[in-house]
Design a protein around this ligand. Structure first.
Ligand SMILES: Nc1ncnc2c1ncn2[C@@H]1O[C@H](COP(=O)(O)OP(=O)(O)O)[C@@H](O)[C@H]1O
Ligand SMILES: [Mg+2]
Length: 304
């Protein structure tokens, strides 16, 4: 059984199709990264899973139907929304206690779980403060602490690190990894592609309501990322010496770039071919395309 299983999900608003007949599933225990430019349909997909929107198609969460079995689904999901929706005039501690209450957790258990969550997210010292007095970074952490207060097996985080400074973001990554190591399935949306490349085991790229790529991180990079082999030779390489299918060669004097998929597998052939025509390789460097570059290429340089 999957944590999430989406079949033919379509959702439009008036004249726009925000999500266009997408199907995918998220395995239990996965760290799933859902990336796409602004307006790609990420939040719409998430809101459909949570049961906040009506949609066409089918969504199952741990086998329960997102529309028909709404309560069974909702208690299995921790949700951290893209736009924070706190009551700013209660304390940090009350925020978690009240949320636990909504999920029907008895008060003594709610207290324990609130304490555990606040300590885990470094907010225990702030428990008596009003939410409105917290810094932006603290509020982001509180959103996730609140999402976990009822111990859900799946947590869906819509852009949880937006606006965090780089150091805080790194600390936060550690927290997300610990959550996932406990066996909680993490569904993460982010426009920091580097973050997704670091954290996520599975990556799904969505654009204009359609899925462009979905695979395990390593497989997706193997299939989609190009590599660049940079050579410095003792003399220019004559044209035609490096004519391989699917490889692009760019030469400037003694510096040559060979670009393509799996270039690294051709490196030894290339060196042998050069040796045969009496050219010595002085320097050799292999540069992998990053997920960000793959993303920008697939989505047409859209703003992530
Ligand atoms: N409530 C709404 N009413 C009308 N259009 C909406 C609404 N919510 C989202 N949209 C539109 O649907 C598309 C997808 O939005 P969204 O799911 O928020 O994308 P993302 O989260 O990837 O940025 C966008 O074109 C957006 O403007
Ligand atoms: Mg969004």
């Amino acid at each position: 059984m999957h944590a999430v299983e989406i079949t033919s999900l379509t959702k439009g608003y008036r004249d726009i199709v925000a999500v266009d007949n997408i199907s995918f599933s998220v395995s239990q225990g996965d760290f799933f990264g859902f990336i796409g430019p602004n307006g790609a349909g990420k939040t719409t997909t998430i809101k459909s899973i949570i049961g906040l929107l009506r949609y066409k198609g089918n969504i199952k969460v741990f086998g329960f139907d997102a529309e028909q079995d709404f309560l069974d689904v909702r208690k299995r999901i921790g949700y951290s929304p893209q736009d924070e929706n706190f009551d700013h005039f209660i304390t940090v501690e009350q925020t978690l206690l009240y949320t636990a209450g909504y999920y029907g957790i008895p008060p003594h258990e709610a207290k324990l779980s609130t304490e555990k969550s606040l300590k885990e997210f470094g907010l225990w010292g702030e428990r008596k403060r009003w939410v409105k007095s917290l810094s932006g970074g603290m509020r982001r952490r509180l959103l996730v602490a609140r999402a976990l207060v009822h111990n859900p097996p799946l947590v869906i985080l819509d852009e949880p690190t937006a606006g965090m400074d780089p150091e805080k973001r790194r600390e936060f990554w550690g927290l997300l990894q610990r959550i996932n190591q406990k066996g909680i399935t993490v569904f993460l949306t982010s426009h920091y592609i580097e973050e997704v490349q670091r954290l996520c085991k599975t990556i799904c790229i969505i654009n204009k309501g359609k899925i462009l790529a979905l695979d395990k991180r390593e497989k997706l990079m193997d299939d989609l990322a190009t590599q660049e082999l940079r050579l410095k030779t003792d003399k220019p390489i004559p044209e035609g010496v490096l004519a391989y299918d699917g490889l692009i060669v760019k030469a400037e004097g003694n510096a040559t770039k060979i670009i393509g998929r799996n270039v690294k597998n051709s490196a030894s052939d290339i060196i042998i071919a050069l040796h045969k025509v009496g050219i010595k390789v002085k320097e050799l460097d292999l540069v992998n395309e990053s997920l960000e570059e793959v993303f920008l290429r697939l989505t047409g340089n859209a703003d992530p």
